[in-house]
Write a protein that binds this ligand. Structure first.
Ligand code: G4P
Length: 524
């Protein structure tokens, strides 16, 4: 098959949701459907369950699982589907954001009773920023749900995206009868005792009295609602979806495998093929001859006895071949990747070739960091892997003076992996760790001790935001840094960062230095 054909048949996407909305269940049903797994329960939830075990054990368990489930590929109906898994816990949301840089589209799962939840909003913000096409799956229709129009209003308001229902539910909860598929004009009846995929009944004309035979009195309501849907929502426009301006919506119940096949079929038909990737130097198209790829995720020390890591690379262009000599652009070094792995179905296997849209796992002993580029020789740097300003900050101190080398090495590795962000104060040289949630501090402490034999202590630090600063006027930057030298730090790549103690201090600095731009992500 030509590389062009391989690109055309690839669909690389992520499923995201607020915890508990049904991401794991839907992923599993898609995999079952695609024949990638054969028994339910094979996909372990990677969420951190509170309760029985301590959080740390849970994190370790989860890290083990998430290697296996990080990328799940399967062949279905001539397509090669790559699902990228994202951590559910909000303290690891940066990991999710980074994974979203490697996908071409996203399915957002929403709980029909709870509607849009805080994490859904944050995830959508990232999609919007990157103009990622989004499909919405409204899940758990077998349970009492909010009114469908109310849900769609909420999505439009809170997620700030125009919606276009492609299926419409007939009731919900105990009275849930099924969905009418607007896209294919067919009726699918819900029967909780049957979880097999059944063909929908073709129903071009819902005004037909035949509809009453299937759903009784609900037929009239369905007709009225469909009329309203037609009047209120725009017709589906694929271009608009691909540009990230319109989200098709499906209703269903992942648990009962209901509505999942409609979702998958529509997804395969409309979702984008691997898209061009923007590098600092130029835009890289998937069908270019030369191979390029970037590292978006690193998994380290799964087995503490072997300091092993897997770097996950997304193929952006060209054909990747095992054992070919490529360039590690940051190090300016030649590398030969002898055992790249791919994740097909439940198996991790060595791959000979990979195409744009595919994800390969590269065994690594510390030469990769997140954002690294591997190419056929061209020196390019892919954009789109921003660091966001952390929300919590602590000084990190060595708690065992005999082990400072181990500590520094451990901190370095964990930061390369993207566990948290490190800043170094320009004033006193102290190291500051920035995270999104409390759990990350605990993970760092635990992993430093168990994997690096080093002990650390955190000291409280009152800090509001880390801002990357930029200005067209170098002299203004010099002046700013002089005036704020107690609050200046460097990030891991040596960029200047202003550490603002409070929203008030930040506002004052912004008012006073109008020529300086304060950025809350590292990429601007
Ligand atoms: P997540 O990955 O988004 O966090 O959610 P997950 O799939 O783990 O689902 C969360 C809970 O919701 C699970 O129940 C799951 O069985 C249930 N669920 C998912 N989809 C549906 C659905 O369509 N209908 C109904 N009624 N329930 C659904 P749990 O009790 O928390 O976990 P478990 O012990 O059943 O695994």
């Amino acid at each position: 098959m030509t590389i062009e054909k391989e690109i055309q048949r690839r669909r690389t996407f992520g499923i995201v949701s607020h915890p508990d909305a049904g991401k794991t269940t839907l992923t599993e049903k898609l995999l079952l459907f695609g024949g990638a797994i054969h028994v339910a329960g094979a996909v372990k939830s990677n969420k951190i369950k509170k309760g029985a075990t301590s959080d740390f054990m849970e994190i370790e368990r989860q890290r083990g699982i998430s290697v296996a489930t990080s990328v799940m590929g399967f062949e279905y109906s001539g397509y090669k589907v790559n699902i990228l898994d994202t951590p559910g816990h909000q303290d690891f949301q940066e990991d999710t954001f980074r994974t979203l840089t490697a996908v071409d589209s996203v399915i957002i799962v929403i709980d029909a009773a709870k509607g849009v939840e805080p994490q859904t909003e944050k995830l959508m913000n990232v999609c919007r920023m990157r103009k990622t096409p989004v499909i919405v799956f409204i899940n758990k229709m077998d349970r009492p749900a909010q009114d469908s129009f109310t849900l769609l209003d909420e999505i439009e308001d809170q997620l700030q995206i125009q919606v276009c229902p492609l299926s419409w539910p007939i009731n919900n909860g105990p009275d849930f009868k099924g969905v009418y598929n607007i896209f294919t004009k067919s009726l699918k009846l819900f029967d909780p005792s049957i979880q097999e995929i059944e063909e929908g009944l073709q129903f071009e004309d819902v005004s037909s009295a035949e509809l009453e035979n299937h759903i009784g009195d609900d037929a009239e309501t369905l007709r009225e609602e469909l009329e309203l849907v037609e009047g209120v929502y725009p017709e589906f426009n694929r271009q608009s979806y691909l540009e990230g301006n319109l989200a098709p919506v499906f209703f269903g119940s992942a648990l009962y495998n209901f509505g999942v096949d409609e979702l998958l079929h529509a997804f395969l038909e409309i979702a984008p093929t691997p898209q061009p990737s923007t590098a600092e130097e130029r835009v890289v198209k998937p069908d270019e001859k030369n191979f390029t790829g970037f590292i978006f995720k690193i998994h380290a020390n799964i087995d503490p006895n072997h300091r092993s890591r897997i770097a996950f690379a997304k193929v952006c262009s060209g054909l990747f071949e095992r054992n070919k000599v490529y360039t590690h652009t940051r190090l300016g070094k030649n590398i030969r990747i002898s055992s790249p792995t791919a994740f097909m179905a439940e198996q991790k296997e060595i791959v000979e070739k990979a195409y744009p849209g595919d994800i390969i796992g590269i065994p690594d002993n510390g030469s990769f960091i997140i954002g690294d580029t591997v190419t056929d020789g061209e020196k390019i740097h892919f954009k789109g892997l921003p660091s966001f300003s952390p929300e919590m900050f602590r000084y990190i101190e060595n708690a065992d003076p005999m082990k400072s080398k181990q500590l520094n090495k451990g901190i370095d590795h964990l930061m390369d992996e993207g566990v948290a962000q490190l800043f170094t104060s320009q004033f006193n040289g102290r190291k500051i760790i920035g995270t999104v949630g409390q759990l990350q501090f605990e993970v760092i402490q635990f992993r430093l001790e168990h994997e690096y034999n080093a002990k650390c202590r955190f000291e409280p630090l009152q800090m509001h935001k880390a801002c990357w600063i930029e200005s067209d006027k170098p002299e203004t930057l010099v002046e700013f840094k002089k005036r704020k030298h107690q609050k200046m730090a460097k990030d891991k790549l040596g960029r200047d960062v202003f550490m603002a103690d409070s929203p008030f201090i930040l506002q004052m600095a912004q008012d006073e230095f109008k020529d300086i731009k304060f950025h809350f992500t590292s990429e601007f």
